[in-house]
Design a protein around this ligand. Structure first.
Ligand code: ADP
Length: 358
């Protein structure tokens, strides 16, 4: 009997087999006892034995069929649903025998298959979306470069009024491609787990001052002041030094990019109220801020509130996605608070270290 006709048939080969073997056993037992005890003549004995066989067969068949049928049907339904990629919630009775146990295990297997399928679907969608996003992001600068070079080749190269300007514009787009590939490589290494966090005790103030120093020139050019709020230089945290530098660079650069001339970016630490073992590292700016509806989306890959402003400032739309990845890889939390027109504060938890470094 195939699984397909399982539900339709009332006849159960499993119950039949159980009934025949039980009936044979009961009949033999009966006949043996009768023979020893009463010394019945053969014809009488055979007749009685046939009767016992028949009755015990019917009783065992009816009982086993009743005991197994519903549960076998349920098992069949679960397996059938699984093969059709349907995963319902099943009502499970208390486990009382092997069949119940088998049903429980099949339901568990169905749940695992369901979870695994959703995970694979998610990865597949992510991959498709990622490839779509990358192609879109690459297309814009490549077409721009193509346009400028074509114009130059078509004669503009001899026009001293525009040739340098077009070359500069082409160069700006080449730089965009470079930023984009660097950020893509970074995010891909983070996502594949190739870039593992090398967590060690480190002095937090040192790292902040290091990053600020490299960004100071850019800040001056943009008329933004970077200010590090004073805190104990002996404070240490457990983190990957390079990755914390990357986070700070991305957050401070954003604080500058989305700021107003004459604005400032402040970096400092606060206590983390929920745990004494952690502190909050924050980067606060006096910039354009982010509307509430966009707050949850800014850490998505390629999400920008204002595409042209981001591009004009050399943004790739990956900076905050990288920050989020690193924070999560450290097992820490990222918080974003912002008021449009007034500014934003990005803060992350870091685990304090009490070891003394030499
Ligand atoms: P981008 O390369 O575009 O800066 P990010 O991932 O770093 O990409 O940021 C995503 C978007 O979030 C930005 O395009 C911008 O719209 C917004 N954003 C990020 N940081 C700030 C900030 N400090 N102030 C205002 N908006 C910000």
């Amino acid at each position: 009997m195939s699984l397909k006709d399982f539900n339709k048939k009332t006849f159960s080969p499993l119950s039949l087999r159980t009934a025949v073997s039980s009936a044979v056993f009961i009949t033999l037992l009966f006949a043996g006892l009768q023979w020893i005890g009463m010394g019945l003549a053969w014809p009488q004995l055979v007749l009685q034995a046939a009767g016992v066989f028949f009755i015990s067969f019917l009783v065992v068949y009816a009982v086993t069929n009743r005991l197994h049928k519903e549960r076998l049907k349920q098992l069949n339904k679960i397996v059938k649903n699984m093969s059709r990629k349907k995963f319902d919630d099943y009502d499970l009775s208390e486990s009382s025998d092997e069949l119940d146990m088998l049903i429980h295990r099949t339901v568990k297997a169905s749940d695992s298959v369901n979870k695994e399928l959703s995970r694979l679907n998610k990865i597949e969608n992510y991959r498709k979306e990622f490839i779509g996003d990358i192609s879109h992001e690459l297309k814009t600068p490549i077409f721009a470069i193509q346009g400028f070079i074509e114009t130059l080749l078509n004669g503009a190269v001899h026009d001293d009024d525009v040739n340098e300007l077009f070359l500069k514009k082409a160069m700006r787009n080449v730089n965009r491609l470079i930023f984009l590939t660097n950020d893509l490589m970074e995010i891909s290494r983070l996502e594949t787990g190739e870039m593992k966090a090398n967590i060690k005790d480190m002095y937090l103030r040192d790292v902040i001052l290091d990053v600020v120093e490299t960004l100071q020139y850019k800040a001056q050019k943009e008329d933004i002041e970077i200010h590090v709020k004073d805190f104990d230089k002996n404070i240490q945290v457990k983190a990957d030094r390079n990755q914390i530098k990357q986070i700070l660079t991305n957050l401070i650069e954003n604080g500058m990019k989305y700021n107003k001339p004459g604005g400032y970016v402040e970096i400092g630490i606060n206590d983390y109220k929920k745990s004494k073992d952690k502190l909050l590292l924050y980067v606060k700016d006096t910039g354009i801020g982010i509307e509430k509806k966009d707050l949850n989306r800014v850490t998505e890959r390629f999400f920008r509130v204002d595409k042209s402003r981001s591009r004009e400032k050399g943004g790739t739309g990956l900076g905050l996605a990288i920050v989020k990845h690193i924070v999560e890889a450290h097992g820490e939390k990222l918080f974003i608070e912002s008021t449009p027109e007034l500014g934003s504060t990005f803060s992350l938890t870091l685990t304090r270290s009490n070891n003394v470094l030499v």
